[in-house]
Structures are given as structure tokens and as C-alpha cells.
Design a binder for this molecule. Structure first.
Ligand SMILES: *[C@@H]1O[C@H](CO)[C@@H](O)[C@H](O)[C@H]1NC(C)=O
Ligand SMILES: *[C@@H]1O[C@H](CO)[C@@H](O)[C@H](O)[C@H]1NC(C)=O
Ligand SMILES: *[C@@H]1O[C@H](CO)[C@@H](O)[C@H](O)[C@H]1NC(C)=O
Length: 297
């Protein structure tokens, strides 16, 4: 009962915060690269991004900048031979020392598995890659990809299953994004030099265009509208306002995964991890980043 009430309260808070019932790509996003390769239908609720040639893909960016919240969309990745193509879905700040939270979907030959690549940058520091095999065919139907970000942690969700957590260990010197407003982006581009099987498999351009399809953008975020002359001051004041306890994503139970979510994530990580920067550093005798020894979820 208390649970149900809480769920309703959270849902109402979320809606108030967004004011975004019926959000769609048309209202929420701009096409920032090759608008001719983006098509919106169904009143902006369905979107396709096409990769047409090795120099002509497409990129979408939210109109809003934000610090913290949840960004989700449903994607059906490129069908058939998608070797050499990369579809991305990420949040990023603009400018030099940047913050970024990534999903990248690396295509493959027909019948061979996609690679789901995740990474996080804070204060310009990245190199925190983890890669997974999908446990389903991501080209057969739409699947929900969500980036959840609050002052405690970042969670990457696939169909509401957490696949990775990156916890804020800022007080122990681990960079975590807390300072810069981000936009959410999605794009498709050509990367045949490295994307598929290390670049050995090139794109079959006779199969172009390569099309990723999208539905249902959900942007439950703390907006940073400031675009005044002092961008740094605007960012700092937005970061402060978005870090207060009254936001839906600051609820206590969103500061860590539930037991059920932890079990789900463990199952995914045991069964489907194909690269982990922590394990890689250990295996190669390189300096292991400090957060690798810290609790993540
Ligand atoms: C892209 O394709 C064009 C036309 O096929 C080709 O001439 C060019 O070398 C390619 N560029 C790269 C970077 O692969
Ligand atoms: C996608 O997943 C997120 C996180 O679980 C959820 O909040 C959201 O409602 C889902 N969106 C859709 C369209 O199913
Ligand atoms: C493509 O398939 C091969 C063979 O199964 C696999 O090794 C590789 O990781 C897959 N993904 C990519 C992006 O190359």
C-alpha cells in the first residue's frame, strides 16, 4: 500500500517536473546533422535516422539542457548487415572538459551480435568502458534504453533492467558528472575502420541506407534553461538547484538499486559482459582505477 502511494507520488512529481505528457521527437529535439536523413512520422512520435554514405549520417539533440534525471527512448537498431555502423544514444555537455554518459550500439554482419558499449566521462576523463552482448535481437522490435543520472549514481537500463551502475565516489576523488548541463543526443554514423570485429569487417554500402528507428522519447530531467552571458555561473546555479532533495530522482530509494534490480544486473553482468575496463586493467597489469575497488550498486 505504502509502495503504491509512493509510486503515485513519484509519478505525479515526475509529471509536474517535466510538464511533458505526450512528449515527442518533434517537440523535444533538433536535428543537428544532416536533417535530410531524419524522418518523423506519427506527429513526431516515430523517428528514423539513416546512414546514407560514409560521410552522411544523422544526429538528433534535445532542445533542453539538464542536470540529472532520466532520459529514455525505444530503439530498433539497423536490421540485416549493419557492419561498420554505429548508432549512439548519449548525454553530453558542450565544451572542453566535458561530461558524457554513453550507450553506443556497434553493428555487425547479418546474424552476428551487436555490441552494446557504455562509457562515462567526467571532467573530461573517460576510459570507463564496459561492453555487453544483448540477450535479445535488438534489430527485431523496439527496446527501451534509459540513462538514469542523479547525485548518487548513473544507471544504464535496457528494458528497465539495470546493466551497469557508476556510483558517485566524488568524495574519494573519482570524477563524477555534477557540474555541467548536458544535452541528450542520438546519432548514426560510419565507423567501418574500428566498429565491427575490430575493423576487419567493412560496411556493405550497397545495402545503404542503414536505418535506426525510434519511438517514445521520455525526458524526465531537471532543466537548465540559462543561456546568459555567464555560462559558467548559469551552470553552477543550475547544478546547485538540481542537486536539492526535492526532486523526484533524489528519492532515497533511487540512491541505490533495489535487491531485485541488483540481482538482475548481476545476471546480466555475469552472462553478457564482453569487456570491463576494471578487469582489463587488472589482466594487463595496468594501474587499476580507484573506483574498481569501490562498491557500485
Ligand atoms: C567514402 O566513400 C567514398 C566514395 O565511395 C570514397 O571515395 C572515400 O575514400 C570514402 N572515405 C572514407 C573515409 O572511407
Ligand atoms: C523505459 O524504461 C524506463 C526505466 O525503467 C521507464 O521509466 C520508462 O517508462 C520506459 N519507457 C517506455 C516507453 O516504456
Ligand atoms: C560481431 O560478431 C563477432 C562474431 O560473433 C563478435 O566477435 C563481435 O564482438 C561482434 N560485434 C562486433 C561489434 O564486432
Amino acid at each position: 500500500m505504502a509502495r503504491a502511494v509512493l509510486a503515485v507520488v513519484v509519478a505525479v512529481a515526475a509529471v509536474l517536473e517535466l510538464g511533458l505528457v505526450g512528449a515527442n521527437f518533434q517537440d523535444q529535439c533538433d536535428i543537428t546533422w544532416e536533417p535530410k536523413n531524419a524522418k518523423m512520422t506519427e506527429g513526431g512520435n516515430h523517428l528514423t535516422l539513416s546512414l546514407v554514405s560514409n560521410s552522411s549520417g544523422c544526429m538528433l539533440r534535445t532542445k533542453k539542457q539538464f542536470i540529472y534525471g532520466s532520459v529514455s527512448t525505444r530503439i530498433q537498431l539497423v536490421k540485416g548487415n549493419s557492419a561498420g555502423t554505429v548508432t549512439t544514444y548519449y548525454t553530453s555537455s558542450i565544451g572542453e572538459k566535458h561530461d558524457e554518459i554513453d550507450f553506443e550500439f556497434l553493428g555487425n554482419e547479418t546474424g552476428k551480435p551487436y555490441t552494446f558499449h557504455t562509457n562515462v566521462f567526467a571532467d573530461g576523463v573517460g576510459n570507463r568502458e564496459m561492453q555487453f552482448r544483448p540477450w535479445f535481437d535488438p534489430t527485431d522490435g523496439y527496446h527501451n534504453y534509459t540513462i538514469f543520472w542523479n547525485p548518487c549514481m548513473i544507471v544504464w537500463f535496457v528494458d528497465s533492467i539495470p546493466i551497469r551502475v557508476f556510483r558517485n565516489h566524488g568524495e574519494k576523488g573519482v570524477p563524477f558528472p555534477t557540474k555541467r548541463p548536458m544535452y541528450a543526443f542520438s546519432s548514426i554514423w560510419a565507423a567501418e575502420d574500428w566498429a565491427t570485429q575490430g575493423g576487419r569487417v567493412k560496411t556493405d554500402w550497397t545495402k545503404a541506407p542503414f536505418v535506426a528507428e525510434y519511438r517514445d522519447i521520455g525526458l524526465n530531467v531537471c532543466e537548465c534553461s540559462g543561456s546568459g552571458s555567464d555560462a559558467d555561473a548559469d551552470a553552477a546555479s543550475c547544478a546547485k538547484g538540481c542537486a536539492t532533495a526535492d526532486h523526484w530522482y533524489a528519492a532515497k530509494d533511487l540512491c541505490q538499486l533495489s535487491d531485485k534490480q541488483r540481482r538482475q544486473m548481476e545476471a546480466v553482468q555475469l552472462g553478457y559482459t564482453i569487456y570491463d575496463y576494471c578487469a582489463d586493467a587488472k589482466a594487463k597489469g595496468r594501474a587499476v582505477p580507484p573506483e574498481c575497488a569501490m562498491q557500485q550498486c
